[in-house]
Write a protein that binds this ligand. Sequence first.
Ligand code: IPD
Ligand code: CA
Ligand code: CA
Length: 265
Amino acid sequence: MQYQEICENTIEVVREAASYIRGKHEDRSNLNIEVKGQHNFVTEVDKEAERILVEGLSKVVPEAGFIAEEGTSTKKGDVYNWVIDPVDGTTNFIHGVYPFAISVGLIEHNEVIAGVVYEFGLDEYFYAWKDGGAWLNGNPIKVSTVTGLENGLIATGFPYTNFTYLSQYMESVEYFMKNSHGLRRLGSAATDIAYVACGRYEGFYEYGLNPWDIAAGILLVKEAGGRVSDFEGDNSPLFSENLICSNGNSYDEFLKVIRKIMLSK
Ligand code: IPD
Ligand code: CA
Ligand code: CA
């Protein structure tokens, strides 16, 4: 497997889906919004974009299967699987607010080996392949070198369907309000994680995530020199449903704070 070539071919497929989504974003009067669950929406744009991605990616690695949010393909690959979110930030998309993004990762067994996040608002392609570094629109990116959470900007996603840990989560919000440069909630986890990779944020955390929200981002942060894990510290968090990621300098402190607050009680 030539990881770089796969990544470059993946970008081309993402470009195709992006061009379709951009066209639909200009006229959002007819999105056919469906409710998948509480506060969880899907539009015909999510479904058609996923179809474009599945069709194109099937040619990039023919033996690979799919873990795709809208269920376009349920083919399972023995070794390789694409992990796809056709529109990450659907609520933003519906309301005409940025950011929203396409997120595509390729996993070899459970390890992400190539990843692309395309964010529409700033027209930014974030991508990485295993041992090839992380890139933004052709330029290498690195996590920030800031030390100490009190000197960092932290991103998160608010719980919107799973309120099991809401009281702990609210405590964490209060903690970062008081002990960081501030807390941001943009509404697209894939974008949040890409922003950690390029040094805009020092850290990101959220619970109730799916693998398609984070697959590409996990590799971006790792290849940009940062660290990723779940709230317990397991550094293979793809299927953990919760994630922290940060620059290398802040990770130990971040994990300690999250573990103490989110895993208490
Ligand atoms: C959601 C967004 C949001 C995050 C949620 C995700 P979707 O993805 O990434 O920022 O807070 O956890 O499910 O549903 O728009 O693809
Ligand atoms: Ca998502
Ligand atoms: Ca989505």
